[in-house]
Design a protein around this ligand. Sequence first.
Ligand code: GDP
Ligand code: ZN
Length: 315
Amino acid sequence: MICRIESKDYYVIPLNGNNEVRCSLKGKLKNDFRLKRGKLYKTDIAVIGDYVDFEKADENSGVISGIEERDNYISRKSPKIKGSGYRGERLEQVIAANVDALFIISSVALPYFNNKVIDRFLVTAESSGIKPYLIINKTDLDKENLIDEWTAIYENIGYKVFKSSIVNNSGVAEIKKMLEGKKNLFWGQSGVGKSSLLNKMYPEVNLGVGEISNFTDKGKHTTVTSIMIESGKNTYIIDTPGVREIDPYGIRKEDLGHYFIEFSEYASNCRFNTCTHYHEPGCQVIEAVENNNISPERYDSYLRILETIEQDIVF
Ligand code: GDP
Ligand code: ZN
């Protein structure tokens, strides 16, 4: 399994538990890929979490000769890069493959709780078939329990919300238990306490926090820098310091509603089956918002994402 990528070096952890092996990609894989997509887009060929076949050249190095089909993968549109001659074309950028759970980490304050960003990640998880969990950290800063309303919104629609505080050491053990035996992708805006949480859960693992934050922006392509940490038996954490935001890739306007899971029971009764739940007559989702059966905050998130899909160039 690929656990780290540095430029053209792919670090593979053998399934027999031996030391990681630094591999290059066999030329044939690159050629096959070029044929499939018409162009070479490096980050997609092999990503963190991919299971691979490799041949050892010596004790610590080798060549990847095959990549197994992915169970799932999480991706986004590559960020817009100004002045790059990039024609506004935004390709699919794969962040990680074969992920069991996505942990979306936020905080009560510093930075403030941002539901819009969380909803984008929830949409991405739902459309990738990856189970999402929410973590709201820094509950010690929530003197008036303001976060309870947000917790209720997400729990009512079926998402598990963990509340934690590193300062009070609360909630941490519960989160750690949920990670066991899984490949977990961690995402959080800078400052929410992701590193603090990882260090609290795994003090024995050297996370090299400074090292892994080498978010590279090489002008034309922005590479996703992620790293996988083996934190226990069959337990992995994929940290994503290079992913600041996410724009779900490949979702059509009329499909977005499927990924707001609480819409489905209403959406099936909309007058038009291509309803985008925006302005159409006979829309049951809009009616559910008016009747307070769907939270207006979630619906507002939905509209904002819908708007960004409309602005896209179709190609
Ligand atoms: P990251 O950017 O998400 O990795 O965030 P860090 O782990 O570096 O934490 C950012 C800041 O938030 C640091 O000053 C931490 O001490 C602080 N912090 C982390 N967790 C908590 C918490 O539960 N409560 C409070 N009050 N501060 C926290
Ligand atoms: Zn509708």
